[in-house]
Design a protein around this ligand. Structure first.
Ligand code: ATP
Ligand code: MG
Length: 403
């Protein structure tokens, strides 16, 4: 991508109302734009990052048998009445009426929609288990939407739902998803803990949250050295002084919902013994847009964002410093790297070196390549995380990128 054509340009200043780091940096660097409180456009680079996050999630969810699909966002009131959540989740739901006074909700989650599918499609234990998911928008009337993209009123979620013939099968799958989520957040490079938490409006049982340690987090978790799992403050019992604690950002949550939904929505199946039984149900969410914001909160410096290789919008940021003789070198390197399959952002703009280097640090692509008169037939290679640069041959640069 030629930076002269990249939409939009970077900004010198953060928006005045921006309070959080992710809001300031992601807007300045051109990854997202705020339409109104809690409502964000993912600009081309932001969308690339979220797609990379989604692909990591997709691979691990597919590996535990999840089948990807897509469900609607506009839901009839009637279906939410079946579980009582039309009233119970009143605060968080956006509700609307059409011109004929029919009432709808905008999706804040999809349990009822999946349960409707299951009751129409599952009749025998032979039809179970089922594991289905989608990536789609969720709408929630969040009271405080001030932490940038960490808390949107409209945001992206990957939600997986599983259906089982009995509790043992559900809990075995629940543990598998817990492992899959750990793989996802490990691949994403987070310092995270799994924390036991309450079910909120979703279930009266416990749930598990995936919490990234960060001082800007709204949650507090407690754990003892060597413990496999932490506990969210909301369900913390015992003497807090005996535990380590940290602020954290919830990036994922898994729910062993049981038969609450199937009983209310009459989603029954015929078991081996011929008896009619309610489907055992679980749901599992991750917020990819919150994940992007969380990454920026935990990985930046005073100059800008520091992306990892896994989710960076581009593999390389290439720049040529203007000179009498050196021009034209970058284009050749750009073409060769592209042919090799690397995703390159080439700053081909006619602006000062200072402006180019400023943007490179702000955008935060893992590798910076500079060519100029000074570099001769070599390329100056520098990583975003390092202060040192090295002069390397093209082959050496390509080898490093492949590592
Ligand atoms: P929170 O406690 O932060 O309000 P939640 O527990 O209500 O979140 P869940 O219903 O568990 O959220 O949603 C699953 C995942 O969706 C969360 O772990 C988070 O990654 C993401 N998420 C939830 N609410 C938002 C939001 N308002 N904006 C962006 N992502 C969100
Ligand atoms: Mg949650």
């Amino acid at each position: 991508m030629r930076q002269s054509q990249l939409f939009p340009k970077t900004k010198k200043e953060a928006p005045k109302d921006a309070e959080s780091i992710n809001h300031k940096l992601l807007v300045r660097a051109g990854f997202m734009d705020q339409l109104m409180a809690g409502s964000w456009t993912l600009l081309p680079m932001g969308f690339k990052v979220v797609q990379k996050i989604n692909q990591i999630i997709r691979e691990e969810i597919n590996a535990v048998g999840g089948q990807e699909m897509l469900m609607p966002l506009l839901h009839p009131k009637t279906i939410w009445n079946e579980t009582g959540r039309w009233d119970k989740a009143d605060e968080i739901m956006y509700k609307l009426k059409d011109s004929r006074d029919k009432e709808y909700a905008l999706s804040f989650t999809h349990e009822e929609i999946v349960m409707d599918l299951l009751r129409k499609t599952i009749s025998s234990y032979k039809d179970l288990p089922v594991s289905i998911y989608h990536f789609s928008t969720k709408f929630r009337n969040e009271l405080r939407a001030k932490s940038g993209i960490l808390r949107g009123r409209e945001f992206m979620m990957k939600d997986l739902y599983s259906a089982h013939a009995n509790e043992v099968d559900l809990m075995e799958y629940y543990e598998k998803v817990k492992v899959a989520y750990s793989k996802i957040f490990t691949r994403l490079g987070f310092n995270f803990k799994i924390a036991k938490a309450s079910g909120g409006v979703f279930t009266d049982k416990f749930t598990h949250e995936f919490q990234v340690l960060s001082d800007v987090g709204e949650d507090t978790i407690y754990w003892k050295e060597g413990d496999e799992e932490a506990v969210n403050e909301e369900v913390m019992e015992g003497d807090k002084a005996e535990y380590k604690s940290a602020k954290s950002i919830e990036v994922g949550n898994i729910f062993p919902l049981g038969t609450f939904y199937s009983e209310r929505m009459r989603a029954y199946f015929t078991d081996r013994d011929g008896g009619k039984k309610p489907i055992w149900f679980g749901s599992y969410g991750i917020g990819p847009t919150r994940v992007m914001g969380t990454w920026v909160e935990v990985s930046h410096d005073d100059k800008g964002i520091i992306w990892s290789k896994q989710i960076a919008p581009y593999d390389v940021h290439l720049v040529e410093l203007k000179s009498d003789s050196g021009e034209g070198k970058a284009e050749k390197i750009y073409d060769k790297l592209k042919q090799m399959g690397f995703d390159v952002l080439w700053d081909d703009r006619d602006v000062s070196a200072g402006e180019k280097f400023g943007d490179i640090d702000l955008i935060g692509i893992p590798v910076r390549l500079v060519v100029s008169d000074k570099t001769g037939d070599k390329i100056e290679h520098k990583e975003r995380t390092s202060d040192k640069s090295e002069l390397l041959s093209f082959e050496e640069v390509a080898r490093r990128l492949q590592e």
